[in-house]
Each structure stands twice: as structure tokens, then as C-alpha cells.
Design a protein around this ligand. Structure first.
Ligand SMILES: Nc1ncnc2c1ncn2[C@@H]1O[C@H](COP(=O)(O)O)[C@@H](O)[C@H]1OP(=O)(O)O
Ligand SMILES: [Mg+2]
Ligand SMILES: [Mg+2]
Ligand SMILES: [Mg+2]
Length: 398
């Protein structure tokens, strides 16, 4: 392990922790170890007790601007906006534009802090000659979004600025220091279909998620499962924000004041409903229906794309979110960090299939057991039991 630069909440300055720093020759090993441990304890305690108000305000601003950019692209989604990446997943100018914008804004907001961003996209394909036109389009989109949202005091970005901003997202994250975590468009398939997607932004401090913001431009302001949807039925666009120890709030992307949300209090599985991926290739629908049957859930599953599921669950639109990707698929931290915070601060529980908490501290990937399950505290015991039984049953039938 090498040196890691840490922004200290205590000193509001930057200091460097070097895990391999030589001990004083005369310093006994136990003293050196206990010094390291207490330094870590001080840093963790500071993270838990500090306020992330400034970072949260910046994250909301960045996610809001990215949402505006994405809305503009989704409106005029043309075939030429879609490229093929080596992994064949569709990447649009909005993915790149959103990442460039968020990266640029966050770095500008905290000029005296070291900037670390773990984000999904990189600029490799965009640096090729044949994608020059796409790059120009992205640059224009980013600059238009800044100018149209009262930020014309910022000088326009060049193509190189855009590429650099995208590539700031290459950080490996990890257990020390602060790292932003970004999915510039979560649910690209939903975005392309005109359905749900989210801009998902979180902050890690000492390996723990300390804030999360989810901009969901197509999510209705009223409950997805409400039987009383009339007046505001057509109003969409939610901005969720959560900070450790301070609860979860939602507001309209058009600027309504934030309202505190809480997960559903339902304890009866018969009254619960389940969220799962729209895409059957992203999560096993069969396993979800087996779990639902075992729990006695009566309602049909609600299938929506992206971390909008976490947002909907945090305000009680439904009680359970199940995610069981195909074997071998490795979850990335940007696909869950913001959603996790939004649900956890609204009183919900997020674990892997074995009941372990998610560990966001070990790099770009989440290493976990089989799948991710999310619900309220009352339903978790029944859900865990049904999940374990269903997994066992599935394994024995293979
Ligand atoms: N084969 C896959 N299995 C599971 N998840 C996937 C797969 N391919 C992409 N994803 C990611 O799953 C998430 C969306 O899943 P869902 O909408 O079903 O909840 C997105 O983060 C998406 O990435 P992306 O951010 O590129 O859209
Ligand atoms: Mg993707
Ligand atoms: Mg994603
Ligand atoms: Mg994405």
C-alpha cells in the first residue's frame, strides 16, 4: 500500500497518510501500530460526526445540471447518438456529457481539495478520429447546459477539457480519503427506451457512503403504486438527496422545496410489492417470483430501470427490491452507492443475499454474495429467509 492523500474534516486541510511510512528506529512496533489504529479511529469518528452539507449542495447542483443535459438528449434521441462500446453496451452522448459535467462541476466547487472520482465511463472511444463529431456534440451540450442554467460565468469547455473531465473518473476509490462515485446515466437501456433512468452520485469517506443524490428525470412525483393519481399524474422529475445521519429528502427537479421521505412501514408481506429490473438479463425474474411466492407477496412485480427503484422504495412506493444478476456478473459501486444511501437514510435496509452489508471500500467493484436485497426493517427477516430458501431450491434444481 502506498500513500493516500486525505482531506481532513478536522483541519479542513489536506494531509497525507502513508501506510508504508518508516517507523522511527526507536519506536516500538506496538506503539507504531496503535498510532495507526488510533489515526484510523479518529478519521472514522470524524467522518461519522461531520456535516457534508457543502458536498451535498454541490452534488445536488451537479446532478441537477446532468439531468437537464440528459433530458435534452432524450428528447431528441437520434440513432447517431448511440455508439457501440467494446462491451456492446449502448453509450450515448448523454452518458459522456453527464459524466463530463458532473466531474467538471465537482472539481470546480472544491478547488483546494484533492479530487477523486470513481465513474463508469472513460474517454478512450471518444479520442478516436471517427468519433470527433460526437465529441463536438458533447462539448456543445455541456456548454449549452452550463449557459442555460445560469452558469455562463464559467468559460466554455474545450474538447480537451471535456475529455479530461471524463477521465477524472478513473479513480480506484478505496478505504481511505474521500471519493465521489458516479453513474452518469444509470439504466442506459431505460434511457434509450424513453423510460426510467437516474444520475447517481455518492460520496465515500473512509470507505463509507456518506451522501447520495439520485436525479430521476422521468420518475413521477406521486407514488408509482398510488391508486389516487390524478392532479399531478403527468408531473415527473425527482431529485433525491441523503446525508449520513440526516435523513432522505425528495424534491421536484423543477425546484419544489425538499420533503423528508421514509420507507413503507408495512410488516405484512401480503400487502407488499416488489421492484425488480425491467431487463430480465439484469436480474432473474424467475428467482424474484419464487421469493415472492414464498413470502406470500400478492401484487405483481413492478419493473423499472435503474436506481430509480431505490428512490421509489425510499418514499414507500413499494417495499422490496430484488436484484439477482447472472452468475459471474460483478456489481460496480456506482450502481448502488447513491441508491443505498437514499434507502438507508429513509429507514430501509440494503444487504447482499447472505445478509451482509454492502462494502463500498474495496475499489470499483462490489464483492458480494449472489445478489442484493432491499426492504424495510420489519420485512427483512421474512425476506432473508425466503431468499435463502429460494437460492437453495434453485441450486438443487440445476
Ligand atoms: N448484464 C447485466 N447484468 C446486470 N446489470 C447490468 C448488466 N448490464 C448492465 N447492467 C447495469 O445494471 C443497471 C441497470 O439495471 P436495471 O435498470 O435493470 O436496474 C445499470 O447500472 C446497468 O448499467 P448502466 O449504468 O450502463 O445502465
Ligand atoms: Mg453502462
Ligand atoms: Mg449503472
Ligand atoms: Mg451508466
Amino acid at each position: 500500500m502506498g500513500a493516500s492523500t486525505v482531506w481532513s474534516p478536522l483541519t479542513r486541510g489536506v494531509f497525507t497518510i502513508n501506510s508504508t511510512k518508516p517507523r522511527l528506529k526507536s519506536m516500538p512496533l506496538y506503539f507504531s501500530l496503535s498510532l495507526t489504529t488510533s489515526l484510523q479511529q479518529v478519521r472514522r469518528a470524524a467522518a461519522a460526526s461531520m456535516s457534508y452539507d457543502k458536498q451535498l449542495a454541490a452534488a445536488k447542483k451537479a446532478a441537477f445540471l446532468a439531468a437537464r443535459l440528459c433530458q435534452k438528449v432524450q428528447k431528441s434521441l437520434l440513432q447517431s447518438d448511440v455508439q457501440s462500446k467494446s462491451d456492446k453496451s449502448p453509450v450515448t452522448v448523454a452518458d459522456y456529457g453527464s459524466q463530463a459535467l458532473v466531474s467538471f462541476i465537482l472539481e470546480k466547487e472544491f478547488p483546494s481539495m484533492p479530487f477523486s472520482l470513481v465513474a463508469e465511463e472513460d474517454s478512450e472511444d471518444l479520442r478516436k478520429e471517427e468519433t470527433r463529431e460526437t465529441l463536438v456534440r458533447i462539448k456543445e451540450l455541456v456548454n449549452d447546459t452550463l449557459a442555460c442554467n445560469g452558469m455562463n460565468y464559467i468559460s466554455p469547455l474545450s474538447e480537451e477539457d471535456v475529455l479530461d473531465a471524463i477521465d477524472r473518473g478513473k479513480s480506484e476509490g478505496g478505504p481511505h480519503g474521500q471519493h465521489w462515485v458516479l453513474d452518469p446515466i444509470d439504466g442506459t437501456k431505460g434511457f434509450m427506451r424513453g423510460d426510467q433512468y437516474a444520475i447517481a452520485l455518492a460520496l465515500l469517506d473512509e470507505g463509507k457512503v456518506v451522501l447520495g443524490v439520485l436525479a430521476c428525470p422521468n420518475l413521477p412525483l406521486t407514488s408509482l403504486t398510488s391508486h389516487d393519481r390524478h392532479i399531478s399524474e403527468d408531473k415527473v422529475g425527482c431529485l433525491y438527496s441523503a446525508q449520513v445521519g440526516a435523513g432522505t429528502y425528495v424534491q421536484s427537479l423543477d425546484g419544489s422545496p425538499p420533503t423528508k421521505v421514509h420507507v413503507s412501514a408495512t410488516a405484512n408481506p401480503e400487502e407488499a410489492s416488489i421492484f425488480e429490473s425491467f431487463e430480465g438479463a439484469h436480474s432473474s425474474h424467475d428467482l424474484s417470483s419464487l421469493i415472492a411466492k414464498k413470502m406470500g407477496v400478492k401484487a405483481p412485480p413492478v419493473r423499472i430501470d435503474s436506481q430509480a427503484k431505490y428512490g421509489a422504495l425510499s418514499r414507500g412506493d413499494g417495499e422490496i427490491y430484488l436484484r439477482f444478476p447472472r452468475e459471474g456478473y460483478r456489481e460496480k459501486i456506482w450502481d448502488h452507492a447513491a441508491g443505498y444511501m437514499v434507502v438507508a437514510e429513509a429507514g430501509g435496509v440494503v444487504t447482499d443475499a447472505a445478509g451482509n452489508p454492502l462494502d463500498f471500500s474495496s475499489g470499483r467493484y462490489l464483492d458480494l454474495d449472489t445478489g442484493i436485497i432491499v426492504t424495510n426493517q420489519k420485512l427483512m427477516p421474512a425476506l432473508s429467509k425466503a431468499v435463502l430458501e429460494s437460492l437453495k431450491e434453485r441450486a438443487s434444481s440445476l
